[in-house]
Design a protein around this ligand. Structure first.
Ligand code: HEC
Length: 146
């Protein structure tokens, strides 16, 4: 009888401990990104989606200024995804393959920089190529992680 009660108590205490731990992780992610961990990545992605749509519209219109306005603020934003991942957010697919994630992210960043530079130079051909490169980098990461 007593043994059973002790075991029950241990389970209660342990699950309380686990809950406290996961709350702590979530709180860290909230601080880092202003969102709960699961949502932090999605929110950033939605903003990337708007960014690339604006960039495409700008390139089609030959409007380098609006391309620059769309792309420039997005340059450091993957940092928010990394902060969320550090604070307890989990990727839904291939969560263990962080090296691949980082490498796809680096390629993505490089393409964004190329598009930004082309927009700065009002280089229409470069913007076309840069936009295609960014879209490809989005899709490459999604193939493995989304
Ligand atoms: C390095 C990886 C990576 C790159 C680069 C990346 N994404 Fe994502 N994206 C993800 C992951 C992972 C998810 C799934 C989110 C999750 O697991 O909760 C996602 C989800 C999304 C979603 C769905 C969000 C939702 O509502 O659930 C959109 C839209 C999106 N990405 C747009 C983009 C666009 C546009 C780009 C490029 C400009 C981009 N992403 C670049 C990893 C990436």
């Amino acid at each position: 009888m007593v043994k059973g009660r002790m075991a029950f108590l241990a389970v209660v205490i342990f699950s309380f401990f686990l809950t406290a731990l996961s709350f702590a992780a979530e709180e860290g992610a909230v601080k880092a990104t202003g969102a709960v961990p699961g949502e932090a990545i999605e929110m950033q992605m939605i903003s990337f989606n708007l960014m690339i749509q604006e960039a495409v519209s700008g390139v089609i219109a030959g409007d380098a200024k609006s391309v620059l306005q769309a792309v420039e603020p997005a340059l450091g934003n993957m940092d928010k995804v990394h902060a969320a991942l550090k604070s307890g957010a989990k990727l839904k697919k291939n969560a263990g393959k962080m090296k691949d994630f980082d490498s796809l992210d680096k390629k993505f960043q490089a393409k964004l920089v190329a598009l930004r530079d082309a927009a700065k130079k009002k280089d229409q051909k470069g913007m076309l190529k840069g936009t295609a490169g960014v879209i490809e980098a989005c899709a490459n990461c999604h193939q493995k992680f989304k």
